[in-house]
Design a protein around this ligand. Structure first.
Ligand code: MG
Length: 166
């Protein structure tokens, strides 16, 4: 039976290890830091987690199938551009984003000074009000792979409203 309310939720998760001599992009913000994240694109784990949450909610698979890391077109590409394409794919399916919420799990750098800029980036690309974008951060209290400062993980959820025909 189809969902009469047509509200759909999606979850996303991403992890990227740190790499020396790479810029650090998180939430579309170029954060001054000695290390960036390793990945085929700009490795923005926050935007990747949000993209996966949106794609999951819309039944469109995941970022790995939409933008394969074997495709040279996506080498070092800005993840804001990938998220913009995800947003366009959702609109094409008649899906409107209601809100997104994410938590960045990182021992370093300090995320708080960059939260406002991250929220502004997400709101702009997803056509949302700032209040419909949640960005939070926590640490692993020194434990595990993140606690050892080996990388950054991000969890995201997204709610979408399907207003048109798929
Ligand atoms: Mg990723």
């Amino acid at each position: 039976m189809s969902n009469p309310v047509r509200l759909r939720v999606g979850i996303g998760y991403d992890f990227h290890p740190f790499q020396e001599d790479r810029p650090l992009f998180l939430g579309g913000v170029d954060i001054p830091h000695p290390r960036g994240l390793r990945g085929h694109s700009d490795a923005d784990a926050a935007l990747h987690a949000v993209a996966d949450a949106l794609l999951g909610a819309a039944g469109l698979g995941d970022i790995g199938t939409q933008f394969p890391d074997t495709d040279p077109r996506y080498k070092d590409i800005s993840s804001l551009s990938l998220l913009d394409r995800v947003a366009a794919a959702l609109r094409h399916r008649g899906c409107q984003v209601v809100n997104v919420d994410l938590v960045i799990i990182a021992e370093e750098p300090l995320i708080k000074p960059h939260v406002a800029a991250m929220k502004a980036n997400l709101a702009r690309v997803l056509h949302l009000d700032i209040d419909d974008v949640g960005v939070k951060a926590t640490t692993m209290e020194g434990k595990g792979v993140i606690g050892r400062r080996e990388g950054i993980a991000v969890q995201a959820v997204a709610l979408i409203h399907q207003t048109g025909a798929p």
